[in-house]
Design a protein. Structure first.
Length: 301
């Protein structure tokens, strides 16, 4: 039974669209991954922080309702609020009052975790704290990473590229949006950038592009998968659901955990297609409803 550990921000999304009243949803890319994993049958631990305020209480209640354990929790800084404006296609542009610090958890991550996932604001604000933890965790866990970049928080493009590549080189599984890869490497194709990342060490790199589908590359080759056709309410949390479902598929095919690293690196192209299909099905459920609301396992075929 996989016992995942997820590291990163927990926040509250405030989403506005047209003249309708804004709605609040608990979110944050790493939190969404942790909740998605739990709903797919793999409850674990989220290492995160939030404020001692009403929004922080909402986060705590949501995590408890989804059987996600917490290391960290309330501190003296306020809960991060992400204000999002939805476009007609359901995409969201966010503005943040971003704040992150790694909670005091000691010098190592839980050794019973076969999976450690991180990404987004936590990796942007705290690479020097996180990278040593990930390096130690490789002895017992698969490392998963999603940059989930927030360019409005970036002060140096070159430094961000360097930090992202450090995380990629420490990772076994990487899921990245096509938008992020184009922002990082505007002079080359998404596929070429993903292949370059595979050469840095991961066993699989997958890039997703919403309704345009997804594409993945492993050492045996690459595969493309079309997105299921659904009525989109919004796309918030879809990439995080995709990531969690991809990890779920890998877990159920004995490819997670340090002892299975070689099997992950030997993933075949037909297996890659199956993994992309399962992850796409899960993400399609999330886009069909408001906010980051990932599916439970019983909702998937």
């Amino acid at each position: 039974m996989m016992n995942p550990t997820v590291i990163g921000e927990a926040l509250v999304d405030v989403l506005a669209s047209g003249i309708a009243p804004a709605q609040e949803f608990v979110g944050g890319s790493p939190l969404n991954v942790a909740v998605s994993l739990s709903r797919l049958g793999y409850p674990g631990t989220l290492i995160s922080r939030w404020g001692d305020d009403e929004h922080g209480a909402k986060i705590e209640s949501y995590l408890a309702a989804n059987q996600v354990k917490v290391l960290g929790g309330r501190d003296e800084e306020p809960t991060v609020i992400a204000h999002g404006i939805l476009d007609p296609a359901g995409g969201a542009a966010f503005a943040f009052n971003a704040y992150w610090k790694l909670p005091h958890i000691g010098a190592a991550l839980p050794e019973d975790s076969e999976l450690v996932h991180t990404g987004s604001i936590a990796t942007l604000f705290g690479p020097d704290e996180l990278l040593p933890l990930l390096q130690k965790a490789r002895a017992h866990a698969t490392i998963s990473y999603d940059p989930n970049l927030r360019p409005s928080l970036v002060t140096s493009h070159a430094q961000t590229v360097a930090h992202v590549e450090q995380f990629v080189s420490h990772s076994d599984v990487v899921r990245v949006s096509g938008i992020d890869l184009r922002w990082l490497y505007p002079m080359r194709s998404v596929q070429d950038s993903a292949r370059a990342w595979l050469d840095m060490g991961p066993g699989i790199v997958v890039t997703s592009s919403g309704s345009r589908g997804c594409w993945g590359v492993v050492r045996a080759g690459d595969a493309e998968h079309a997105s299921p056709v659904v009525e989109v309410v919004d796309t918030v949390g879809a990439g995080d659901t995709f990531t969690a479902a991809l990890l779920c598929w890998l877990a159920e095919h004995q490819m997670l955990g340090a002892e299975n690293r070689q099997a992950l690196h030997e993933l075949s192209v037909p297996e890659l297609r199956q993994a992309l299909d399962f992850a796409s099905q899960a993400a399609a459920v999330t886009v069909s409803r408001a906010g980051a609301n990932p599916p439970h396992r019983m909702e998937l075929a």
